[in-house]
Ligand binder design. Structure first.
Ligand SMILES: Cc1ncc(COP(=O)(O)O)c(C=O)c1O
Length: 385
């Protein structure tokens, strides 16, 4: 009996193999500077922890409504009004166990077999995997470093065909840290309205934009799904909470998927998320300022090592650097850096063929680690290149 074709088609996330190897080396006593993971090093802010403890003590340990706690959905409505000046209807919000399950709801509600989703190459690898898994077809459009990792509008337009249901965007982006500006979002919204496709906007790194205000696609068009979650901005990756804001015509479909596959998101974590939205603003500002200091250290430090960074990251906590000066096979290079330099980073190939030759460095780790990582890379490059 064979593994299903659907499961076989999922591309492995090779950075996870590197994580496993890094842990093995650490268990053998080697010191490894871990720059490969997209997980904030900050503890979850106290106000959020306390809200979860209180909610548990108060008995919030049972199923909630499948769409999510009304209190959290109402708090999200207030958050969108205050943070973006956008009116969201609480009926269109589905609370999920992380942004990842929200992708299953979105694509599950939207795609029939053979339907297409236009997305950037490079992008977060779950997007093409989800689309493939559901029988859809990812249509990749190059996002070149020389264009600031933005897809060219004419290439997006050319990729849209009769079976296209959505254009996937992610700003600030993983793995690039690139941010789409006002005119980019306005142009995408106009294209969606002209062609009748939806924009699927992953906004999980909102709150971590160093150069300007967060911009939600909902300020530009209603033909949009928003994916978001608490993992990154609030340092809550392990809590598993996210949400989908859907056009009204898809909410019932999403609700049915949620009811059957997940039932509901964690009850006390939903209460903690209310505290995140209402009480953790100073914590988010503090973490953002620290990430920004790290970014300002790491970008020039990597350039000094000889890596090319055409597009300076302005959001999230990643630097996506062209490392072909050290080797063009990004996975082989990552393996060498791990074994020979004791530095773990993510291979660009994980994020699409367009990422080959690049390395992703995460600065979700403290500045001393970053300095140590850079020193090790410098010593390695002097020896090996
Ligand atoms: C762009 C992007 N979207 C979604 C996710 C997954 O987030 P969650 O922890 O909410 O499932 C990640 C995690 O790295 C990400 O980088």
């Amino acid at each position: 009996m064979e593994v299903s074709r659907r499961a076989q088609a999922i591309r492995p996330f090779v950075v996870m193999d590197l994580v496993a190897r890094a842990k093995e080396l650490e268990a053998e006593g080697r010191s490894i500077v871990r720059l490969e993971i997209g997980d904030p090093d900050f503890p979850t802010p106290d106000v959020i922890m306390r809200a979860a403890e209180t909610a548990m003590a108060d008995g919030s340990t049972h199923y909630t409504q499948s769409l999510g706690l009304p209190l959290l959905r109402d708090t999200l409505v207030t958050h969108y009004a205050e943070h973006y000046d956008v009116a969201v209807d609480s009926d269109n919000i589905v609370v999920t166990q992380g942004t990842s399950p929200a992708m299953l709801l979105l694509f599950g509600a939207l795609l029939d077999p053979g339907d297409e989703v236009v997305m950037p190459d490079v992008c977060y690898p779950a997007y093409p995997n989800y689309v493939n898994f559901l029988g859809g077809v990812p249509k990749l459009v190059p996002a070149r470093a020389s264009d600031g990792f933005r897809c060219r509008p004419d290439e997006i337009r050319a990729a849209i065909g009769p079976r296209t249901k959505a254009i996937m965007i992610n700003s600030p982006g993983n793995p690039t840290g690139a941010v789409l500006g006002d005119s980019d979002l306005a142009a995408l919204a106009a294209l969606a309205e002209e062609t009748g496709v939806y924009i699927a906007s992953d906004e999980i790194y909102h709150g971590l934009d160093f150069c300007g205000p967060d911009r939600t696609i909902l300020s530009y068009t209603d033909r949009a799904f928003v994916l978001n979650g608490f993992s990154k901005t609030y340092a809550m990756t392990g809590w598993r909470l996210g949400y989908l804001i859907s056009p009204p015509e898809f909410v019932r479909a999403c609700e049915k998927i949620q009811q059957n596959f997940f039932l509901a998101a964690n009850a006390f974590v939903q209460h903690a998320a209310v505290a995140a939205l209402t009480e953790a603003k100073p914590d988010v500002a503090r973490m953002r300022a620290i990430y920004d200091q790290r970014r300002q250290y790491l970008v020039p430090a990597l350039r000094e090592l000889g890596l090319t960074i055409d597009c300076e990251p302005s959001g999230a906590f990643y630097v996506f650097a062209d490392a072909r000066v050290w080797g063009s096979d990004s996975l082989a290079l990552c393996r060498r850096l791990l074994e020979e330099a004791g530095v773990a980073c993510a291979p660009g190939i994980d994020f699409g063929d367009g990422g080959e030759g690049f390395l992703r460095f995460s600065y979700g780790t403290d500045i001393d680690n970053l300095r140590e990582g850079v020193a090790r890379l410098r010593a390695w490059a002097n020896r090996a290149v």
